[in-house]
Design a protein around this ligand. Structure first.
Ligand code: ATP
Ligand code: MG
Length: 270
């Protein structure tokens, strides 16, 4: 069965989409079957995967409203070699249109059931908000991956997100856990970044991935070519970091050393 991960942080521009696209490509390179779901009306994961969001007839929008299945709307990306459920600005309307529909929080989860067996990993690129779209991502997922920049306000935003995860777990999705926190756009010469990184490790321990994603121009360039960085510059530090992250995830899963939710909650409340 697929492991379903929501890549989420309500803060904008922290590297959610860069992580989604490059992790999808890295897991595929490790011979895993990957489906990437773009759940953001900005459609950045779609464009970054080489699919033109402006010409799409069917996207995740129709899936959420129930008129198309995932199998109908998914495409295999030629650039990244993984499957993609695309999104575009149509999705912005879904929030309002879903409000009156039954099971509005679990519509993505229900749609995924039909294709789950075809994949090893399903990654969901969430929008920068704690809205009904993100809630659909959190209800469909087994765990969340939180990309974050090591900045002054990062920890504050993190406690809001962790509280949301707790609420979703209590009310809608009892299996949901925090898979890991990923330090993105990291500059080791920045003293504040080092301090925030240390605080993160003190609070969250093993939940912080050992792999750190450096600030790297190749990662920023690749979307303009519609390809993951792996196919833009394989040897770049950014590409290598995402390959290492995929390796760390796969090792964690095979060794059975997963995050311990209880321990984490206690640390956060302390
Ligand atoms: P949003 O909240 O708008 O969805 P996001 O969290 O998905 O944003 P990205 O789009 O992945 O964030 O990244 C924001 C910007 O930073 C993009 O221009 C991206 O190319 C750039 N970027 C992301 N990660 C890195 C990195 N490690 N090094 C350099 N640039 C990066
Ligand atoms: Mg994004």
């Amino acid at each position: 069965m697929a492991k379903i991960l929501a890549i989420t942080n309500q803060k904008g521009g922290v590297g959610k989409t860069t992580t989604s696209v490059n992790l999808a490509a890295s897991l595929e390179a490790a011979q895993r079957r990957v489906l990437l779901i773009d759940l953001d009306p900005q459609g950045n994961a779609t464009m970054g995967s080489g699919v033109d969001k402006r010409v799409l007839q069917h996207t995740v929008y129709q899936v959420l409203l129930g008129s198309q299945s995932i199998a109908d709307v998914r495409v295999t990306t030629t650039s990244g070699k993984y499957d993609l459920v695309p999104a575009n600005r149509d999705l912005a309307g879904a929030e309002i249109e879903m409000v009156d529909l039954p099971q509005r929080e679990t519509r993505l989860k229900a749609a995924l059931q039909a294709v789950e067996k075809e994949y090893d990993f399903i990654l969901i690129d969430c929008p920068p908000a704690l809205n009904l779209l993100t809630l659909n991502g959190l209800c469909a997922a087994h765990a969340v991956m939180i990309p974050m920049q090591c900045e002054y306000y990062a920890l504050e935003g993190l406690s809001d997100l962790v509280n949301t995860v707790k609420k979703v777990r209590a009310n809608l999705n009892p299996v949901l856990e925090i898979e890991g926190l990923l330090r993105t756009m990291f500059d080791p010469r920045n003293i504040l970044a080092q301090q925030v990184s240390e605080q993160l490790q003190q609070h969250f321990g093993d939940k912080v991935y050992r792999t750190v994603i450096p600030r790297n121009v190749r990662l920023a360039e690749a979307p303009s070519f519609g390809i993951p960085a792996l196919y833009h510059d394989k040897l770049s530090k950014g590409t290598q970091a995402y390959l290492a992250l995929a390796g760390e995830m796969l090792n964690r899963d095979s060794s059975g050393v997963g995050p311990v939710q209880q321990d984490h909650d206690q640390k956060l409340e302390a």
